[in-house]
Design a protein around this ligand. Sequence first.
Ligand code: AMP
Ligand code: TRP
Length: 349
Amino acid sequence: MTDAVQAPGAESRFTPRVFSGIQPSGGLTLGNYLGALKRFVEMQDEGTETVYCLVDLHAITVWQDPDKLRHQTREAAAAFIAAGIDPTRSILFNQSQVSAHAELAWIFNCITRLGWMNRMTQFKDKTAGKNAENSSLGLYAYPSLMAADILLYHATHVPVGEDQKQHVELTRDIAAKFNHDYKVDFFPITEPVIEGAATRVMSLRDGTKKMSKSDPSDMSRINLTDDADTIAQKLRKARTDAEPLPSEAAGLKDRPEARNLVNIFSALSGQSVDAVLQEFGGQGFGAFKPALAELAVAKLAPISTEMTRLMADPAEIDRILGQGADRADAIAQPILAKTLDIVGMIRSR
Ligand code: AMP
Ligand code: TRP
């Protein structure tokens, strides 16, 4: 166990358990890999109990074609395994196979205050410039389902990218209000774990926008399914400025595109940003981009090759998800049952 995962407070009665989720609402990107998946693997390898969930119920908060959703869920499972998640050590499953998620989310809908929800910036971002009246109630309630995902396992630590910090803070508020209202110490106050050189990977076309699976431009992101040539081409064409790279991190301050590429290099190589700049400071992108492309291909192409191999046997992926769901359910059911008991529901069968 590293510094990242320690019992949350010496007096806490909760055993360390890691939970995180990714939406299968499109193919996974380099942002998902560096902001989430890479950390998921490290936490598994540190020996903590790890529960990882493909949150298909979250994905349908915006329209998903049913066949595509099934395909993307299997592909995300393949990405997890290809990146190093071992389904015999971690629990890997899709959310909708464990119905307790939806049930606990309802209880939390009754705990969560509208005022808290109205402050959620992701909802505001996702509806900005669109007709908010026409977005789903599910999209609005999404953070309450996320709190249910986490607290259903009494998870103490949640590795996520920067964009999910506010949702984990809301999860803490929900746990604290539940404990307070029912005078119990039942749900842990979960810690977000936001670490690494690339907790916010930006678009390759616009250094002020997050790299996202939902960006209309495929050139804006590296998909985990991209082959070596595509990865190299996207990085060569990534938007940059005309200046050479600085020798120190401070010199990247007002250069979002340059900073993004250096952060990606740092995260993929495991070197600090300063070490990367010591090597490349003073050089232009003509030298840096090919080095970055070579590194990215070396790290990512094996993942995409392994994903292709795994996707040839979808029945095996479904079997793994089913087994994961059985194991998840065994943890979730007693916690849901106790929650229903605490809130005053009759349990007579
Ligand atoms: P999502 O794709 O929105 O389900 O995100 C799954 C996980 O990947 C979450 O922990 C996100 O914070 C993380 N993530 C998504 N996009 C990025 C990005 N561009 N940079 C860093 N982390 C990201
Ligand atoms: N909301 C997260 C995202 O979009 C996905 C998610 C759902 C999640 N449930 C979770 C992440 C629980 C961590 C823990 O990235």
